[in-house]
Design a binder for this molecule. Sequence first.
Ligand SMILES: C[C@@](CO)(OP(=O)(O)O)[C@H](O)COP(=O)(O)OP(=O)(O)OC[C@H]1O[C@@H](n2ccc(N)nc2=O)[C@H](O)[C@@H]1O
Ligand SMILES: Nc1ncnc2c1ncn2[C@@H]1O[C@H](COP(=O)(O)OP(=O)(O)O)[C@@H](O)[C@H]1O
Length: 283
Amino acid sequence: MTAEKLTLPSPAKLNLMLHILGRREDGYHELQTLFQFLDYGDELTFAVRDDGVIQLHTEFEGVPHDNNLIVRAAKKLQEQSGSSLGIDIWIDKILPMGGGIGGGSSNAATTLLGLNHLWQLGWDPDRLAALGLTLGADVPVFVRGHAAFAEGVGEKLTPVEPEEPWYVVLVPQVSVSTAEIFSDPLLTRNSPPIKVRPVPKGNSRNDCLPVVARRYPEVRNALNLLGKFTEAKLTGTGSCVFGGFPSKAEADKVSALLTETLTGFVAKGSNVSMLHRKLQSLL
Ligand SMILES: C[C@@](CO)(OP(=O)(O)O)[C@H](O)COP(=O)(O)OP(=O)(O)OC[C@H]1O[C@@H](n2ccc(N)nc2=O)[C@H](O)[C@@H]1O
Ligand SMILES: Nc1ncnc2c1ncn2[C@@H]1O[C@H](COP(=O)(O)OP(=O)(O)O)[C@@H](O)[C@H]1O
């Protein structure tokens, strides 16, 4: 008998602002950032196997099977839950890697939530988010599935309700290494902490932008082009650049002009992740 398949979305995120407050002793940086999801992302398909094997069937260029965050997430959950079940996984990958839109972290979170459901583990979100944090700083927000103001290295999350505009997201054809940007001596690391909530207007800068724009002319170019139409921002450590518009029609118009020379897409901002909306519909 072939196992039933379950397909779940794995959305992208944007960092609507990102301030770097300082560097911890372990080298990680203390941040304040606002995460919002996009109704745009990858799709993962799962089928339970009863022999305990974890197999990702889709190949990723440059990422060996066992290093893939999907496989690492599945193995950790299997180890820590003691489940004897395994899983076959396929992914329809549309999110660029190293683009600052969190594809890898999102894939890991979709795997954790999908397997928690399919293996009937009954783990609560706190436990899944804590496991997720061991895979990457951005995994917990995808596990929780609500737009959030994040502190620490991104793990202390307070749910927020920013506006949900339509975004044009430009994808410069460069992959930016997060570690490389965080080790740049020119990075601003002393932004004062924001103490009031919600985050007051005028705090939308991304402290990584000057360093990323200096190193990557493709990102500079995307910022300049989109900046002709709206405030153009960098997400995470890049390379993606985005700007908000009040309607799909306006976003589509600008996107059509810019994607003649640059790769990009249009997507709606969303405060509840499409993964969580889908999981809710399964209950
Ligand atoms: C900066 C952010 C903001 O959303 O976005 P991305 O551009 O990567 O999406 C993230 O916090 C990134 O999270 P994530 O991509 O999971 O990073 P990790 O794999 O945990 O870390 C990669 C490397 O970046 C550095 N790093 C990362 C996060 C952080 N708060 N301080 C750091 O110094 C560390 O050198 C670490 O080894
Ligand atoms: N399932 C996955 N999807 C994307 N990247 C992955 C995955 N597993 C491992 N990686 C590695 O993680 C790196 C960061 O990926 P990603 O999360 O997409 O970028 P970013 O953190 O910049 O948004 C990739 O360059 C890749 O080497």
